[in-house]
Design a binder for this molecule. Sequence first.
Ligand code: CDT
Length: 329
Amino acid sequence: PRPLRVASAQVGHIDLTTPRSSILSRLISLLDQAAAQSVQLVVFPETTFTTFFPRYFLGEAELGSYYERDGFLEGGENNVLRTFVCHAGKLGLDVVVGYAESTPDIEALRKGLYTPSSAPLPPVLSKYRKVHLPGTYEPFSTDPKTTNQLEKRYFRPGDLGFEAFRAPGLKAKWPPAQSPIVGMLICNDRRWAEGWRCYGLQGVEIMCIGYNTTAWAPELWGSSPDLTREQAREDAMFHHKLVVQANAYTNSTFCITSARTGLDDNHFELISGSMIVSPQGRILAENKTSSDELIVADVDLDECKPGKAKTFCFERHRRVECYGRIVGQ
Ligand code: CDT
């Protein structure tokens, strides 16, 4: 067996004007709780350090304040991301965390994730940039009550592909060649089987997914515009669980999902659904609240093996000669 204690750090409501310092202290508290429970790997949401700002139509100057600057670690300056990473490192926690990444070229604004692993300034083991950007370039409306989804305006599609990596920093009790194979997706990416399969083909054992999923967004969802708020919320949760459980199963991998959730600015509702899912697609642990919450589970990575060797043994059962359409051939 290869036992590992993992957690999803769900983050509750954050308003547009919530001070970064108060967000940071909540995140530090989640890290402390994880360390107190001997967790080894914690997954945080998409855009963990701010509210989900792509729902707002923002002017250029204000917009800039929602990104983490390039060189946030190397530059040595104090910022929330650096403080967060160093705290996780001091506690010996491996962390996956989502943030809006700014590069020196304003034209190259992107999203990313990274995983630190040891103190004092933990190394970045891997970085992932969101590939499937939902929403629109133009706002649906400039009415401040409208839920926009301006990711196509505020970001560029990720350019790093779907690269699985080994995570040797997990206080490993096994040789490096047996260290966990980790993959990352961000929010909307989880709805696309193509990314999951790229990780599955690399033998992924733990998928880490942070997200902000609007509970009520008739302009965005493909479902009927006649749905009530309650029905729309239920649909959003159903589809979230459907894609995560199904893709964990068909790729024989554990999956940790972490929601930014709650009612932001007393108006914009995000679903929860933070959970830890087994390679059989079963939910092992899930959130009980719509607030800050740590969801913990003990997993055995060797449970990925039967699915990879039998039902989803890719070498024996895949028929690549029939899949050309997927890559436009
Ligand atoms: N943040 C993000 O990617 N949200 C999307 C909204 C979907 S719009 C159809 C999501 O997949 O949850």
